[in-house]
Design a protein around this ligand. Structure first.
Ligand code: CO8
Length: 254
């Protein structure tokens, strides 16, 4: 197995575990990840995923050994990397906990998550140009939307990796955390996300994601419709009643 799966209450931690290839993202690793995550994604008892790697490396990217001999026709017919769209589309919130390097597909995998936290040791890069190719798992699109065109071009055209501080300032990560506290703090945040109503969390992340794709008017309409629909959930009644009663709300009890 190339992944380890642990459950901590309402949080599922998926840890990439392919040390010999520095967590290179082979098709087998992707299939194992999705097979583990797919059933949990629609399980109301799971409210958040954490995606982690090793201490020194999150992932060295796509598996170069797996793809190096492929022809363009094979890549096209296999629709190589399309399988990762399913990972990005999982609806349960996903937090990436990046320690060490996240290069190529590793950086792209982190960007497919809803929140990225990283350790001070983290480095992010899109070095595909050094291999004679370019990012192929969403890097040209997600990185540009997250950090802007100029830095995205700098990283993609020169292959330069950025450190945790630059990633924070650029908006690629939400928090930089001391290496020895990364998992603890990430788990704390994941437990907090998972403690709220899952329906509200699914709707909120879906609406935020729409902001990357829709114009303002359509995005706001999408948000308003999702907000209105949440009034059909028990968690909305619980959350608002608890506020009025001046007591903490308890969610996810349907
Ligand atoms: N794929 C396969 N194997 C890898 C990869 C990888 N991406 N990265 C490392 N490995 C393997 C090495 O070959 C080595 O194997 P072995 O022990 O059998 O020789 C083992 O992992 C250890 O590697 P290192 O000794 O180099 O480990 P370090 O921790 O010292 O260094 C580095 C790690 C700096 C990450 C270095 O290994 C490296 O530069 N790796 C390649 C990084 C890279 O270029 N990533 C981008 C890959 S391409 C991609 O992600 C998207 C491509 C888009 C294509 C679009 C198609 C549609």
């Amino acid at each position: 197995m190339y992944i380890d799966l642990e459950r901590h209450g309402r949080v599922a931690v998926v840890r990439l575990n392919r040390p010999k290839a520095r967590n290179a993202l082979s098709s087998k690793l992707r299939q194992e990840m999705l097979a583990a995550m797919r059933p949990l994604d629609c399980d109301p008892a799971i409210g958040c995923f954490v995606i982690a790697g090793a201490e020194r490396y999150f992932s060295a990217g796509a598996d170069i050994a797996e793809m190096h001999a492929k022809t363009a026709l094979q890549m096209y017919h296999d629709d190589f990397f399309a399988g990762w769209d399913e990972f990005a589309a999982l609806r349960t919130p996903k937090i990436a906990a990046v320690s060490g390097y996240a290069y190529g597909g590793g950086c792209e995998l982190a960007m497919m998550c809803d929140i990225v936290y990283c350790a001070q040791s983290a480095r992010f890069g899109q070095p595909e140009i050094e291999l004679g190719v370019m990012p192929g798992m969403g890097g040209t699109q997600r990185l540009t939307k997250l950090v802007g065109k100029s830095l995205a071009m700098d990283m993609i055209l020169t292959g330069r990796a950025i450190d945790a501080t630059e990633a924070l300032h650029a908006g690629l990560v939400a928090r930089v955390i001391a290496d020895d506290r990364l998992m603890r703090e990430t788990l704390d945040a994941a437990h907090r996300v998972a403690s709220f109503g899952k329906t509200a969390a699914l709707a909120a992340r879906e609406a935020v994601d729409r902001s990357l794709e829709l114009g303002l008017r359509e995005g706001i309409l999408f948000e308003r419709r999702a907000f209105q629909a949440l009034f059909g959930t028990a968690d909305q009644k619980r959350g608002m009643q608890a506020f009025l009663d001046k007591r903490p709300a308890v969610f996810n009890e349907d």
